[in-house]
Design a binder for this molecule. Structure first.
Ligand code: 8YV
Length: 325
């Protein structure tokens, strides 16, 4: 008997880039998962038709949704981070998961370097100073700190961490790193724990994946090891840092400053941070350029097409979870 042909049905889970949403709906006949009270009715009616979910790192597919989609074969994720999708449950249910690695590494690394320069040189704060007329009324802006030659520690020497290290090599920075395991043949110095790394550097940059395995990896102990002259930059996931401990360290002057593109409860940002001039805050824009988001969209569609045609994904995520990006 010939193998039974699978009839695919695509479901969009959560908001996506408008052009991707349009392509999914008009080109693939995708359903869009409704919110609120309509969701349960939709799932009862259509849940068993769905074979592929397309989502983003901001929404993901959790275990409850997987159980409402009994024929789901793949979760295609727009974004490199997939911590909002329950990958262990997916593996148990034989659901493949893909992400969009590599294509965004340059822009996210650029963002890390931008935040590092901004927080150490206080460009955003100096811009506010000028606009408020304080150059005229109060005189020259106070001196800041030198970026070139700084000692930088990177938590997570994956694709993005490595792209950050390469850029900072051009600034003459000394790079050391902490990773789940030492990276073979890396030119950078491996340090065995986040706290030890923090104690040895001027700036700690977080480039590790989010998820249960890295939750609060940067806690009060690590922040205190970084100390009152140290800076923190986070372009990874808010969950990697104990945000309450970070706010307290900044408020008490136990940390020199922070450059943050990610937060625990996005889009909410702790109100204490909004008034601190030694903190640079970005609304999770690390990969947010026209070029990179287009490349992410293309890779998302390449994964979707491959799954629909062959049952395989182009860039499946490793089964092992909480890896470094
Ligand atoms: C995106 C990101 O903003 O790729 C990631 O993991 O955090 C960003 O590139 C986000 O995933 C888009 O949903």
């Amino acid at each position: 008997m010939p193998a039974q042909e699978v009839t695919h049905r695509v479901l969009q889970v959560g908001p996506l880039k408008p052009s991707l949403n349009q392509t999914l709906v008009s080109g693939y006949g995708a359903y869009v998962l409704p919110d609120g009270a309509e969701r349960a009715t939709f799932l009862a009616e259509h849940g068993d038709e769905i074979t592929v979910a397309v989502t983003s790192g901001r929404t993901g597919v959790d275990a409850d949704l997987m159980s409402a989609l009994p024929n789901l074969g793949a979760v295609v994720n727009f974004g490199v981070g997939y911590d909002t999708t329950d990958v262990e449950e997916a593996a148990a249910r034989n659901i493949a998961v893909s992400n969009t690695p590599d294509v965004l590494s340059d822009c996210v690394a650029d963002t890390a370097v931008g935040l590092l320069i901004d927080v150490m040189r206080q460009f955003s704060a100096a811009d506010r100073y000028l606009r408020a007329g304080r150059w005229v009324s109060d005189g020259n802006y106070p001196l800041t700190h030198k970026v070139s030659g700084a000692r930088v520690g990177i938590i997570g020497l994956g694709r993005i961490g490595t792209a950050i290290a390469t850029r900072l090599g051009g600034f003459g920075c000394t790079i050391s790193y902490h990773n789940r395991r030492e990276v073979e043949a890396s030119p950078y110095r491996y340090v065995g724990s986040p706290a030890e790394l923090a104690a040895q550097v001027d700036v700690l940059i977080i480039a590790a994946a989010g998820g249960a395995g890295t939750r609060h990896l940067v806690d009060r102990e690590v922040l205190d090891a970084l100390g009152p002259d140290g800076y923190l930059v986070n372009i990874a996931r808010g969950s990697v840092v104990d945000e309450r401990a970070l706010v307290a360290a900044l408020a008490d002057g136990r940390l020199a400053g922070a450059g943050l593109d990610v937060f625990t409860d996005e889009p909410d940002v702790p109100s204490e941070l909004l008034t601190m001039d030694n903190v640079v805050l970005l609304p999770h824009v690390g990969s947010g350029t026209v070029e990179t988001r287009n490349a992410m969209e293309e890779l998302t569609l390449a994964n979707l097409d491959a799954f629909l045609q062959t049952g395989k994904l182009v860039t499946p995520v490793p089964i092992e979870t909480a890896t470094v990006r």
